[in-house]
Design a binder for this molecule. Sequence first.
Ligand code: SF4
Length: 335
Amino acid sequence: MEKGWLGLPYHTISEHYNQLFGEKVYKIPVTVVDDCPNRRGLKGMQTCVFCDVWGSAANAESLSMELRAQIEKYHGHIAQKYKAKAFLIYFQAYTNTFTKVSALRHNFDVALSYPWVKGFTVGTRPDCLSKSVFDLWNEYHEKSFVCVEMGVQSFFNDQLEFMRRGHTAEASIEAIHKIADNTKVDLGIHLIFGNPGETDETIVKTAEIVNTLPITNIKLHNMHVLKNTPLEEMYHKGEFTPIDRETYARRVELFLQHVSPRFAMHRLAAYSSRWDELVAPEWTKNKMGTHQFIIDQLRAKGSYQSQFFKAESVVELEEQKFLAKKAVFTPSSLV
Ligand code: SF4
């Protein structure tokens, strides 16, 4: 009998990548655009309340660097720190499909010119998709791994309005199906928890909606307040209060318990890449501390992803059993 914890009580993105590539892959986040429909003010749209001037980029300096320079710099850091051998280039900041197809093609070619790059991930939003973008993704899918991460953020229109996303929940669902019907990309979504109007019930409903979608992976963020964002102003005026760490952990737990075991989870919480940019909540400063807190909460209660999900296929049942096993601690004395 094995002893101790058999891993994290959720389907991790590393397991997903391991299945796809047979090895651990690391993401190199890059910035190649500096625009999006909201920032451009199309159709009266406004910058999302939480978005900083860097368009949520991991590295602020990336905006002034050529793509090759970014890739080589961060590849050097990650390869040295983790002895990493395989990478995905993550076109992360702003809206990467809010540009010309020729520019996208150029960037994909640069990314794939490195032998250690296994593919790329493109960050986008529901209203920046077109047939030519789908055709391009399919073309690159033939020779490489292509993942798309869509900023959905919420399936509730009141929450989307609060965030000033400029798209509806229905538009996100339609876009997800369009991508799945027209391309073969690995599709993921981002969600933000901690919005006004959010309750345990809306979290469970979110999981139920997600369970119907043709996606493979999910990234969770907690809503945090960054300097020089519309949300900072609202926070100082008392119009927005971030949720506390216990409530956030409880919501992540609820979401995981109700979501299908087939989805691979990226990180479970957001953190500010630029620590001096964070206004609130204080607890989100400690990236590993927050992660560990959530894991401790899950383990303390024996909670795990898909715990309350009704598996309908043999594969789902097997995955559910595997996750249940990971949530059980076997003391050495019983070995
Ligand atoms: S979050 Fe994305 S869509 Fe919203 S303002 Fe920032 S870059 Fe634009």
